[in-house]
Design a protein around this ligand. Structure first.
Ligand code: C2E
Ligand code: MG
Ligand code: MG
Length: 620
């Protein structure tokens, strides 16, 4: 690990401490010279000390937080040299004064020699090898002096001095071990034994300062659905998995010289070594991210469990831009967020257009939170007609009109609501409002057979879903209601969710609710879904209907209808815009039709007017 920023700052401060200590005590020798000797040696010594001090001060001034790591390392070597020379230069005065007859002078130099040894050991505690070296150099003259003086008394002092030197070295080394350990802990993640967030930010900070014409890439790696593993298998397995994932990434990072850290939870970050070309850097980022994804995807065997996990990776390019380092992380974070949105298990690189999209999403996310409170959510109803074009039902479609953003389509804000969890509150509101309409239409005896409501998978999988539905049914829907309620669900979600999904659907079906598979054909597991999920109706996605002009697509629609007929499902076609769509579908015996050819989604009162006008027409 490189020396950390705070360490350089610490050493920087020590220069001044050293200068002050020496400058405060050294003139004492001049005074002694004035009283006892010729002052010549003292003056020469003071001059040498002054020159070394100037050098120390130059080093102090030289230090700049923006220096590159290499420059800092070089600077540190010079500081060490300065401190060493500065300390051991006292030996000269010791040797000089102990040659005098005057015993008081001896006492003074012995005391200063000891003092300098202790001060040097304290200030240089962070430099293990230098401490021993300096203390030994300072103490040897003292021991030799006692040995030369001779006699029991002096030998005991020589022995004590040696012991003292050993004790000083021992305690300085102990302090050093303690400092290194606590700085290791401050910069390391205890679980995975890689750098932590603080460490990463410092490395990123110095990289940004260092990089003038060079580029590094930053990868932000977030595990997909890690929370589920933690929740279902427990935190111990979750921890083991994190360690294993970190190990796999550690091996790959070591191979290409990049720095891996854990930012927290299931979030990791990698910073590459500098590259000369920006394009090359982007290319390498993607290449390495894919290597990481492959490594992460491989099976984990933990505690007898076979586990699989994937990750979403956001990449950003770090250059010498004069910006806050957090900005680069934010960019990678935005890209990672997009990788999650794009279906996870992938990598997305940050660019300016992505920034615009993400900012819009964040703004939508923020404003969406107040949408219900501000009464900005309304419902539209789009008619569904039978083969004779008679309206037999409708689909409830949510609308959001915001003062700042205008009309936002559900295709845009529903996925955001799903991601933030707001869909639970929003979905319940939509259910309640739809049920109120059904209650009202039932009591007004409007001629409508079924009302379809879109339900998000996330909403359906929420533990309270069945009880919320039951509660709302009891509150709004009479036993003898003649209007069927259909829940439209889409074919998303993982196999893990399937069991719970089927359970909930079966439970809700007991309340008399019918299920419809929406957007059929656009998901990836269409056919297996049809087998596993107890649905009664199937909606062909509008993209297929729009493509009916194409022979292949037409054949596909025919196949879908055949399968649905075999499974005895009611078939609904959405996006019927043209007469020839209707005719084609009619030929294939499609049951229900929904689309602009008949009616667009309408506000409640307009939809009711439509129903009433048609009844009037029938009466006439
Ligand atoms: P969806 O459930 O497949 O709804 C059908 C979409 O197709 C609606 O778009 C509808 O306005 C549109 N559409 C119907 N006929 C035609 C046509 O002839 N031509 C064209 N071009 N479009 C047609 P909308 O209202 O924008 O809704 C989009 C999606 O948002 C819905 O697709 C559904 O997945 C979701 N959504 C809408 N309302 C809700 C809701 O209340 N809850 C949930 N969870 N999702 C909703
Ligand atoms: Mg729908
Ligand atoms: Mg649909």
């Amino acid at each position: 690990m490189n020396q950390t920023m705070s360490f350089y700052k610490f050493m920087h401060k020590q220069i001044i401490v050293m200068l002050l200590l020496h400058m405060g005590t050294a003139p004492g020798y001049l005074l002694m010279g004035y009283f006892y000797t010729s002052m010549v040696y003292e003056s020469v010594w003071m001059l040498i000390m002054f020159i070394i001090s100037v050098y120390g001060y130059v080093l102090y001034k030289q230090f700049n937080i923006k220096m590159t790591i290499n420059d800092k390392q070089m600077w540190l070597t010079k500081v060490r040299l300065f401190m060493y020379i500065y300390s051991v230069s006292w030996i000269f005065m010791f040797v000089y004064y102990t040659s005098f007859e005057n015993v008081e002078m001896h006492y003074i130099t012995i005391a200063t020699e000891l003092g300098v040894a202790v001060v040097a050991a304290t200030l240089l505690a962070s430099q293990k090898n230098l401490v021993s070296f300096t203390v030994i150099t300072l103490m040897i003259p003292l021991v030799v002096y006692f040995l030369i003086v001779g006699g029991t008394y002096a030998y005991i002092l020589a022995f004590f001095s040696t012991v003292l030197a050993a004790v000083i070295i021992y305690s300085a080394r102990n302090t050093n071990d303690y400092i290194s350990k606590s700085s290791y802990q401050a910069y390391h993640d205890h679980l995975t034994d890689i750098g932590n967030r603080r460490y990463f930010l410092e490395i990123l900070d110095s990289t940004v300062r260092e990089q003038k014409e060079k580029y590094s890439y930053l990868l932000l790696i977030d595990l997909d659905h890690f929370k589920t593993i933690n929740d279902t298998l427990g935190h111990d397995i979750g921890d083991e998995l994190l360690v294993e994932v970190a190990n796999r990434m550690k091996i790959l990072s070591r191979e290409n010289g990049s720095t891996l850290s854990r930012l927290g939870g299931d979030e990791f970050c990698i910073l590459s070594t500098p590259l000369n070309d920006k394009l090359e850097c982007t290319y390498q980022a993607e290449f390495f991210a894919k290597e990481l994804l492959t490594a992460i995807r491989k099976t984990y065997i933990l505690d007898g469990n076979n586990l699989h996990i994937s990750a979403s990776i956001g990449a950003s390019i770090v250059d010498g831009k004069e910006v806050d380092v957090a900005e680069f992380l934010k960019e990678a974070d935005m890209a990672m967020y997009e990788a999650k949105n794009a279906g996870r298990d992938g990598v997305i690189a940050f660019d300016e257009s992505l920034s615009a999209v993400v900012h819009k999403k964040l703004e939508v996310e923020r404003l969406l939170h107040f949408a219900l409170e501000e009464n900005e959510i309304t419902l539209n109803y789009q008619a569904q007609v039978d083969k004779q074009k008679k309206i037999i039902g409708c689909e409830v479609l949510v609308r959001w009109n915001n003062e700042l953003l205008g009309n936002i389509g559900p295709d845009f804000f529903i996925p955001i609501a799903e991601n933030t969890g707001y869909i639970i509150e929003l979905g319940t509101y939509i259910l309640e409002e739809s049920f109120k309409s059904i209650q009202e239409w039932n009591s007004r005896k409007l001629d409508i057979k079924q009302v379809s409501i879109n339900i998000s998978i996330r909403q359906l999988l929420h533990q309270d879903f069945a009880s919320v539905v039951e509660e709302l049914l009891t509150k709004y829907i009479d036993e003898d209601s003649t209007i069927d309620i259909v829940f439209e669900i889409t074919e998303t979600g993982t196999a893990d969710d399937l069991k719970q999904l089927v359970q909930t659907i079966n439970k809700v079906k007991e309340y008399g609710i019918v299920f419809s598979m929406d957007d059929f054909g656009t998901g990836y597991s269409s056919l297996s879904y049809l087998r596993e999920i107890p649905i009664d109706e199937l909606k062909i996605d509008k993209s297929f209907i729009f493509g009916l002009g194409d022979k292949q697509q037409a054949l596909l629609v025919k196949t879908i209808i055949d399968i649905a007929k075999n499974l005895e499902l009611i078939i609904v076609a959405e996006g019927v815009e043209e007469e020839y769509h209707r005719e084609f579908l009619l030929d294939l015996d499609c049951d229900l039709y929904q689309g602009y050819l008949f009616h667009k989604p309408l506000p409640k009162n307009e939809f009711e007017a439509l129903l009433l006008a048609r009844e009037l027409l029938l009466v006439q």
